[in-house]
Design a protein around this ligand. Structure first.
Ligand code: HEM
Length: 425
């Protein structure tokens, strides 16, 4: 016999002090993993919260647990006959509706392959020279003795510069899309204000316009990646189904805009968080400086310790049965992916940076058929930035001014990371 999981009787994340943001997340993990109970939590809005490593794997890999469809995010908006009225922040939904994050089978697989054919490991390997030339330029401008904010001066600049160059944007357009990416941070505020929503609407409209321009330009120039996306897009012959399967993107620009939100935004967090973890762990910094081949391992450990994504939503497509329990179809689930990396049953002494610990089971990028398709690009950008600092002989150190993490936030995101630089003369 199966029992329906009684979500409403679970303790809330707020009961355990979690309101979002990195420091709060750390305190939450220290407390919640002290005992084996509760197995699950709920959000103050009554969504099931999955946070233990074994359960993240169980739910994350179950075919019954899919992506949150766009029509469930915006009830009534995408249905036939829906009101054409544009509410504040309307442009966000326009962009997100083309994101693989909102697709389920049968659209999910081919749409995801379309992305991976562009951003798979081999393809990203061929993009490395471009990333390096952007990083060389950005890092090359930093002077000896300067104190810089690593977030804006390096991480954001390299990430935005890389995608902009890859997508044929001009310097002026790069600056504009950089401003949009900066505003996207508001998307992850736990308590979005009206001002946030208005700013997001403007930023998403401009960002979508620029990526549409990039797609038109890329197609005109015969960019093979853009041509491949256009050809594969034609094969996505599915009727629009906002409540489950998703909406087939209407153009190459829509594919780019939808799926590069994390490209422009989250990838920069990965770089900044990795620098932060290394600055806090001088021994590890010395190791990677002396042996750059250890960088991939160091980055994986840095992102375990400081995973950019704290929580993301999934959606129960079909009744999900496990361990004599059932979570009925139609439930939205909060997957606290970052907590998997801090579960001491898998990563003992989780707050310790330990490059030698086994790395199987990291939850930084999710798991199962939805595991992040942008992870090769994200990790490559982080590695190339660090390699460029080392290649130019730059030394960096904590300035004593503490790093600022954004509070009440669903990302583990630094607002600023001041570092002091010395450059060999
Ligand atoms: C580097 C930092 C990044 C982190 C920490 C990150 C993290 C994640 C996580 C946790 C998921 C959820 C996976 C799941 O539900 O199992 C995800 C999915 C996804 N990510 Fe990323 N991501 C990053 C970068 C990127 C980049 C650079 C892109 C695009 C270029 C991207 C595009 C996506 C897409 C489209 C999905 C949905 C995949 C699907 O449902 O099949 N991400 N990411």
């Amino acid at each position: 016999m199966t029992t329906r999981l009684d979500i409403q009787s679970l303790p809330t994340t707020a009961d355990l002090g979690f309101s979002g943001g990195r420091d709060n997340f750390r305190a939450f993990c220290r407390q919640v993993f002290r005992t084996k109970e509760p197995r699950f939590l709920r959000t103050p809005g009554d969504q099931l919260v999955v946070f233990r490593h074994a359960d993240l794997m169980l739910f994350g890999t179950a075919p019954e647990v899919g992506n949150l469809p766009i029509g469930r995010m915006y009830p009534d908006r995408f249905r036939e006959g829906a009101s054409p009225e544009r509410s504040p922040g309307w442009e966000i939904g326009e962009v997100i509706g083309s994101q693989v994050f909102t697709f389920n089978p049968p659209l999910h697989g081919p749409a995801r392959r379309m992305l991976l054919n562009w951003l798979g490991p081999k393809q990203v390997g061929r993009m490395e020279d471009l990333a390096r030339s952007v990083a060389r330029h950005v890092v090359g401008k930093i002077g000896n003795g300067e104190t810089i904010d690593l977030v804006s001066t390096v991480a954001d600049a390299v990430v935005v510069g890389f995608w902009s160059r890859l997508l044929h944007l001009t310097e002026q357009e790069e600056a504009a899309i950089g401003r949009c990416a900066h505003e996207m941070t508001r998307l992850f505020h736990a308590n979005r204000s009206q001002e946030d929503v208005a700013a997001l609407g403007k930023a998403f409209a401009e960002y979508a316009r620029l990526l549409d321009l990039a797609a038109t330009r890329g197609l005109e120039k015969g960019d093979p990646a853009m041509l491949d996306i256009a050809a594969r897009l034609k094969e996505l012959d599915f009727p629009d189904d906002p409540d489950e399967v998703g909406l087939v993107p209407k153009s190459v620009g829509a594919v780019l805009a939808g799926n590069l939100v994390d490209g422009f935004h989250t990838a920069a967090l990965a770089a900044a968080n990795t620098f932060h973890a290394l600055l806090e762990n001088p021994e590890a910094m010395a190791t990677v400086r002396g042996a750059p081949e250890t960088l991939p391992r160091a980055i994986a450990e840095a992102l375990r310790l400081e995973p950019p994504v704290l929580t993301l939503s999934r959606y129960v497509l079909r009744d999900f049965h496990f361990d004599g329990l059932v979570v009925p179809a139609g439930n939205t689930i909060t997957m606290m992916w970052a907590a998997g990396n801090h579960d001491p049953s898998v990563f003992p002494d989780p707050e310790r940076f330990d490059m030698s610990r086994p790395q199987a089971g990291l939850t930084t990028f999710g798991s199962g058929i939805h595991i992040c398709p942008g992870r090769y690009a994200g990790v490559m950008l982080t590695r190339v930035m660090l390699e460029e600092f080392f290649a130019q002989g730059l030394d960096f150190r904590n300035t004593g001014t503490p790093a600022q993490w954004i509070p009440d936030h669903f990302m583990n995101q630094l607002r600023t990371l001041p570092i002091g630089i010395s450059r060999p003369q």
